[in-house]
Design a binder for this molecule. Structure first.
Ligand code: FAD
Length: 413
């Protein structure tokens, strides 16, 4: 087996396969080492319109489109019987007005197959166990027969997601700044879907101000549901996943009726403490993309969008490295990733403080503000013309002060 490659990528999730597809566009030899065999389940099923730009740039959009996934045109938030909808066609930033809800086993399989189709050497059941970075990197991995293999490479891209291969091996893990939360989730049949465009929207249901529930419909009639809360909150519910989900949903009007006939079709899973970050995102001979760098929180479905964007930016820098140039990683990779992640972090923090739900439900009569917020919810977090990007924290706090003073949100800017 050939064992020398220009780039070696750890993990074939959206970040890894997209980096591979982009590097192949410039003719580099690319090996992708994936621990599991696809298709495999992973959580993270609601895309944002910004993803479409990156899928298009990577040449994978058409293959995804052929899968016929349900179209997602926005997000509906529900609280105490009230609801508000953000429609991606009503945005401040010019961009895609729709995307898809994707069962990840299928979506990730399409992206990995596309990477292979354009010439990446993709090995399944190939678990990376050690990496030597530096001038002549070597990736050590165990193949499907348990044999140790070594791949020599010019550059290592860690896209191992929750596997966090390089953060662990190089001691680059840093504690998340977000409070620890847990999620319990599954797939169900029997979802009484609303009609029309609403059928494809994600529902985000606020429950007792302390938890929220997601409802993500799929094209095959199945629906993903999950609840996110602090571990303390979840400890009040049964430890059995299905009973926990049923008990939380029972107490949540609006979604309770929608899911009254639900039948669980996948053993529920629980994960806790998923927020993570790193002390540095690149170094000599290596970089990290996707969740291997930082993951915030599921609430605004930002994970795959940030994973794809980091893949696109990293591929540009890796390409320059392989050409023997000196890419400016700080300017062209770290700074834009920090901007996008910071905007989402502000939104996540404001969500859990209760500020964003307040703004969301009050913005119904403030269309300009709603359009700017909608662009962030669509993943356009690099458009610094948008005040909710350029001054994210300040803008939210300003609106909250206004609401605290008893005023309404301004109807125009
Ligand atoms: P992954 O998709 O995790 O892929 C990493 C791959 O690396 C895996 O296939 C793994 O098998 C492989 N790997 C790991 N270790 C090794 C190793 N040692 N050797 C070889 N291969 C290895 N995001 C959204 O956009 N929308 C959502 O609705 C959403 N909901 C979420 C809900 C929850 C509860 C959580 C926790 C996250 C959610 N996310 C969501 C985030 C989403 O899951 C991730 O951001 C996304 O999967 C990141 O993609 P990735 O390619 O970086 O990593």
């Amino acid at each position: 087996m050939k064992d020398v490659f220009d780039a070696t990528i750890i993990g074939a999730g959206p970040a890894g396969s997209t980096t591979a597809a982009l590097l192949r566009q410039n003719g580099w030899s690319v090996r992708v080492l994936e621990r599991t065999r696809f298709p495999r389940f992973v959580i993270g099923e609601s895309l944002l319109p910004r993803c479409m730009d990156t899928l298009e740039a990577a040449g994978t959009l058409a293959a995804v489109e052929r899968k016929g996934y349900i179209v997602k045109r926005g997000a509906t938030f529900l609280q105490d019987g009230e609801r508000c909808t953000y429609d991606f066609s009503e945005q401040f930033t010019r961009g895609w007005s729709w995307t898809w809800q994707v069962p990840r086993a299928s979506f990730d399989d399409v992206l990995a197959s596309e990477a292979r189709r354009v010439g990446a050497d993709l090995q399944f059941e190939a678990e990376v166990t050690a990496v030597d970075v530096g001038d002549e990197p070597v990736v050590v991995w165990r193949d499907a027969n348990g044999r140790e293999q070594r791949t020599r490479t010019s550059f290592v891209v860690d896209a191992s997601g929750y596997g966090r291969v390089l953060p662990r091996l190089l001691a680059l893990d840093a504690p998340s700044r977000l409070q620890e939360r847990a999620a319990v989730f599954t797939h169900v049949d029997g979802d009484r879907r609303p009609a029309g465009d609403e059928a494809g929207r994600i529902w985000v249901v606020i429950h007792e101000d302390a938890a929220w529930i997601w409802v993500i419909p799929f094209h095959d009639g199945r629906t993903s549901i999950g609840v996110v809360a602090t571990p303390d909150f979840l400890a009040r519910y049964p430890s059995d996943g299905e009973q926990c989900l049923r008990a939380v949903i029972d107490g949540a009007p609006g979604v309770r009726e929608r899911l009254a006939d639900m039948q669980v079709v996948m053993p529920p899973k629980r994960i806790q403490g998923y927020s993570c970050r790193v002390t540095q995102m690149h170094g000599p001979g290596y970089c990290m993309v996707g969740n291997a760098t930082e993951f915030l929180d599921p609430v605004f479905s930002s994970g795959v969008t940030l994973a794809l964007e980091s893949a696109r930016l990293a591929a540009g820098c890796v390409d320059a490295e392989l050409r023997g140039d000196r890419p400016d990683w700080a300017r062209d990779f770290e700074a834009p990733m920090k901007l996008g992640t910071d905007v989402f972090r502000t939104f996540v923090e404001a969500w859990y403080r209760g500020d964003l739900p307040r703004i969301f439900f009050n913005a119904e009569k403030a269309p300009n503000i709603k359009r700017m917020i909608c662009s962030v919810l669509a993943g356009y977090v690099w458009d610094e013309e948008n005040p909710f990007v350029a001054q994210h924290d300040r803008k939210i706090r300003q609106l909250i002060r206004l609401l605290d003073s008893g005023a309404s949100l301004p109807e125009s800017r």
